[in-house]
Design a binder for this molecule. Structure first.
Ligand SMILES: Cc1ncc(COP(=O)(O)O)c(C=O)c1O
Length: 449
């Protein structure tokens, strides 16, 4: 490691940090992490923190998963790179495609297209959907609908789907033909509706109204996260996704489930779609696919989509799409090992049990601290929304969020501050003691206000 002084002097000086104002990073440089073990990270000040962010929703197996490390090491020696463009392939990509087909069979997914991450997976899904409708001769079906709080990455297609204007505004104009409906967010919504079932009905009515005003024959797909993650962990009523599925079926609109966060057990089920009992037409995955040890993603599709394109006999079926690292053998080797470990440790089950404990702890904190306006969660994805006053629901100031955040860090737990939310998404291997540590550190954080 470089000398500490060198790191401090050069911190945030030569590269821009994602999702941050560069000036702010220069003024308040980020914490420098230089080591990670099990579910903990170490900063250069010697502080060890339980990583309750789980990397960034991706280090599901913690930082010390030897089988993934070994698989990457062995593959680097065997063959560090091999493309999968027309006419060539590699053994690990083939093996992984088989495993993914098995893993996602229950969701109705039959074929895989490999990508380099979540944003790629979403844009791949959007392109394949448009191609599907072209092959079917429905050339007007080009528009997309998504949820107002949803997050779908930062490529132009995905960013245009993002519900939060923070991810679109500075880069507009985005992709035309993308529309949003209100998210099933009971704490704040345009209908002032706090009953989850009633809110579902109202969101679905908005969807129906939008489809009828745009014309179902112009809409290619509806895109949603089964549980909105980065937008503040918004857990819909159990009927929401099923109702969306029905509207899509009734109007010949495809359903894309963005499972970049939810897949591989985070919600307490193996996929978010399975949690809600829905089979989408397309799924996007990334993040925990390799446990965060290698950047890799995939877009999965149903037999109806794959067969339609495979059976096409003109140039419309040609995939003019792909990435240098589609099916990278090192990524594939990491993913094969990660899937085996995820299965062996039954991470979905641990996420469910630990998630209930975590949510119970957070609900107790909500009764204790007035700065906590709302608490949401399912499995090991949770959010605490900070407010100035629970009556007015005015979001807590940046200053208050920063002070509480610092205290939580000082107590040895790393959470993610996003606007006026703390987002908690630890590794899925955490224990009951880890849960207690997270709840207790957050309790101390709120106690300073
Ligand atoms: C639901 C969802 N979709 C897509 C993405 C984009 O993934 P990536 O950052 O790997 O491009 C993310 C990232 O957080 C995400 O949460």
């Amino acid at each position: 490691m470089q000398h500490e002084n060198f790191l401090r002097e050069n911190n945030a000086r030569h590269f821009w940090h994602p999702m941050a104002h560069p000036a702010e990073m220069l003024e308040t440089p980020p914490m420098i992490i230089s080591k990670a073990e099990n579910v903990e990270v170490h900063n250069i000040d010697g502080q060890v923190m339980l990583d309750a962010v789980g990397g960034l929703w991706n280090v599901n197996l913690g930082y010390s998963c030897e089988p993934i490390k070994k698989a990457i090491h062995d593959q680097l020696h065997q063959m560090p790179y091999c493309n999968t463009f027309r006419g060539i392939t590699n053994d690990k990509a083939i093996e992984l495609s088989y495993k993914l087909k098995e893993w996602f069979h229950a969701d109705g997914m039959e074929k895989v297209f490999f990508t380099q991450g979540g944003s790629d997976s979403i844009d791949t899904a959007m392109r394949l959907v448009r191609q599907y409708w072209k092959v079917k001769g429905k050339i007007d079906k080009i528009k997309f609908i998504s949820l107002s709080k949803g997050y779908h990455g930062t490529h132009y297609g995905g960013a245009s789907l993002c519900g939060d204007p923070r991810f679109r505004r500075n880069y507009e104009p985005g992709v035309p033909g993308i529309f949003h409906i209100p998210a099933p967010y009971t704490y704040r919504n345009p209908f002032d509706e706090s009953n989850p079932e009633e809110l579902t009905k109202k969101c679905i009515q908005s969807l129906e109204a939008l489809i009828s005003s745009q014309g179902a024959d112009t809409i290619a797909a509806f895109v949603m996260e089964p549980i909105i993650g980065s937008g503040g962990v918004i857990v819909p009523h159990e009927s929401f996704m099923q109702k969306v599925r029905k509207i899509c079926d009734d109007n010949e609109i495809l359903l894309i489930a963005d499972e970049v966060i939810c897949a591989f057990g985070r919600t307490g089920e193996w996929t978010g779609s399975r949690l809600w009992g829905v089979k989408p037409d397309i799924m996007t995955i990334a993040k925990a696919l390799t446990g965060g040890y290698f950047p890799m993603g995939a877009t999965l599709m149903s037999e109806e989509i794959s067969e339609t394109i495979e059976k096409n006999n003109n140039a419309l079926g040609m995939l003019g799409h792909g990435y240098t690292n589609s099916g990278n053998p090192v990524g594939a080797a990491a993913a094969i090992a990660a899937l085996d470990e995820t299965n062996k440790l039954n991470l979905a089950s641990n996420a469910k049990t630990r998630g209930s404990e975590l949510l119970m702890g957070f609900n107790q904190l909500k009764n204790k601290h007035r700065t906590i306006g709302d608490v949401r969660g399912k499995g090991l994805m949770a959010a605490i929304e900070l407010v100035e006053d629970p009556e007015t629901k005015k979001p807590a100031s940046k200053d208050v969020v920063a002070k509480i955040y610092k205290t939580i860090c000082d107590e040895g737990v790393l959470v993610r501050a996003s606007g006026n939310n703390f987002i908690i998404s630890p590794s899925l291997i955490i224990t009951k003691d880890h849960v207690q540590k997270i709840v207790s550190a957050i309790d101390k954080g709120f106690s300073i206000i």
